[in-house]
Design a protein around this ligand. Structure first.
Ligand code: SAH
Length: 478
């Protein structure tokens, strides 16, 4: 039996764009992924369909899978011949216990690679506008744990050298020990007015910060109940923040969006929203299985006067079938239609002109091309079924966890199909709570989706002036 390979990968601090190319490649070819709580679950969308996803999340006081169990699972999956990815928040070598995992693999002669990641102690400050070194404010930087495995959880550090020898200090896992940290630093010679910043969920749109000094930060944090995961950054450098803040200035910073999704491909809208500073949870994830070629319909393809494509995927799949069957595109004489602008564009990319569904008047000699969801909508028509689409059940717990961690304040419904999916798969199945619908702003992309939502007895709070990416962004920034 062939032995597998294990990749011990740093996922970066949160923002999905901050994983390395190498880490992403490992995810894309994984058979099994064991992931931690602090690795952004959105990265798992890039895993191949059918990849086994195992949560090893640790909440500060609830260990879901103990370290020994994780080690033996890694060994077991590796020995079975799998490509295994162990995905950890930040860098695997920084308070990530990667050494213990690698040792277990080495003991069983399982090949492994370690892939570095961007550690939160550097990234979270940078996303708050603070470089950890600066020629004027900080020439040295230390990464320190503020919590250890001792009984009290209070690490026995060389406080005197820290207080006097290091300019900028990033404490990890530090919130509960804030009083302990500040007292010791002050006691050993760090000025009490040294600036401190706490950065929680750094690099996510839900990033929160709290500023103070060594003297008052513990009390300030207690007052607002500031929680982990957060970096505590101590040093004069914190004062440059006002000038250098950038991430928090993005137009959609703080927007935590739940986006109803009907497509199986990466959504360009989601990507743009993230670029503008939002966090986006896409629901649901779909699996798509290609159907066999329908030769009966293809044989008489030249007899159709109109062909309607119901999604961009249906365009790609249909023309793929033609090529498979060695049928030249030119044997199609029908006028081509797309159900959405996206589908029209997908047809254009084939070098063929297409019109929007709104212009379709003649329903005689019409062929509709699409997946099983669309088939229900066009029962009276000749239908070319390109693929079978199903909600990816294995992904549901993950989305649930994302919803749990985030504070969704915006629900985005891009089409009437998306409204239907959102209500049926999300709300009716209890996956999206009714309170969320009451609390969040509901944005429908156009009048059709607005009307569909009304059929389910809910109202849209916002409809952008134009149903484009720019339109949505303008409307959300207000
Ligand atoms: N390997 C990780 C650290 C794991 S220890 C890394 O390199 O970043 C867990 C601690 O990391 C948390 O308690 C918190 O202090 C910090 N942390 C991880 N992700 C964070 C984030 N997005 N924002 C702020 N702190 C984070």
């Amino acid at each position: 039996m062939k032995t597998g390979k294990v990749y011990l990968v740093g996922a970066g601090p949160g923002d999905v764009g901050l994983i390395t190319v190498k880490g992403m490649e490992a995810i894309k070819q994984a058979d099994v992924i064991l992931y931690d709580r602090l690795a952004n679950p959105k990265l798992l969308e890039y895993a191949p369909a059918g990849c086994e996803l195992i949560y090893c999340g640790k909440l500060p006081d609830r260990h879901v899978l103990r370290q020994e169990a994780i080690n033996s699972l890694l060994v077991e999956k590796g020995l079975q011949g799998n490509v295994v990815v162990r995905l950890k928040g930040g860098d695997p070598g920084v308070f990530g216990r990667v050494g213990e995992e690698a040792a277990a693999l080495a003991e069983h002669s399982i090949p492994y690679e370690m892939v570095p990641g961007i550690t939160s102690g550097i990234a979270a400050p940078l996303y708050a506008g603070i470089p950890v070194t600066h020629r004027e404010f900080g020439e040295s930087f230390a990464i320190i744990t503020a919590h250890d495995k001792s009984k009290e959880g209070q690490p026995n550090l060389n406080w005197a050298s820290l207080a006097t020898g290091i300019d900028t200090i990033a404490f990890y896992m530090g919130i509960s020990n804030l009083p302990y940290i500040s007292e010791n630093l002050i006691k050993h010679g760090k000025p009490a007015d040294t600036p401190v910043i706490l950065v929680r969920w750094g690099t996510f749109s839900r990033q929160q910060t709290l500023e103070g000094t060594l003297e008052n930060i513990a009390e300030k944090a207690k007052k607002v109940n500031f929680k982990n995961p957060a970096i505590t950054l101590v040093g004069d450098i914190v004062s440059v923040r006002k000038r250098l803040s950038w991430f928090e200035q993005k137009p959609l910073f703080g927007r935590q969006i739940l986006l109803a999704r009907t497509g199986t491909n990466e959504s360009p809208l989601a990507k743009e929203l993230i670029n503008q500073g939002a966090d986006v949870i896409e629901f649901p994830r779909w699996t798509r299985t290609k159907m066999p070629v329908n030769a009966e319909i293809l044989d008489k393809i030249s007899s159709y006067k109109n062909i309607l494509f119901t999604s961009p995927e249906s365009v790609t799949e249909f023309f793929g079938d033609l090529l498979d069957q060695r049928i030249d595109i030119r044997s199609i004489t029908a006028t081509l239609f797309g159900e959405s602008t996206k589908s029209v564009n997908a047809i254009h990319e084939k070098g063929l002109l297409a019109r929007h569904l709104d212009e379709l008047n003649e329903l005689e000699h019409l062929l509709v091309v699409g997946d099983n969801y669309k088939q229900q909508q066009y029962v009276q028509r000749d239908f070319y079924l390109t693929s079978y689409k199903k909600v990816d059940e294995s992904f549901l717990p993950l989305i649930a966890r994302m919803l749990d961690e985030a504070q969704v304040n915006t629900i985005l419904l891009p089409s009437s199909g998306a409204v239907k999916v959102f209500m049926e798969e999300g709300v009716d199945k209890g996956f999206v709570g009714k309170e969320l619908l009451e609390k969040a702003q509901i944005v429908c992309l156009g009048d059709k989706s607005k009307a569909s939502l009304q059929e389910f007895s809910y109202q849209a709070d916002l409809v952008p002036e134009t149903p484009s990416k720019e339109g949505v962004i303008n409307c959300l920034r207000k």
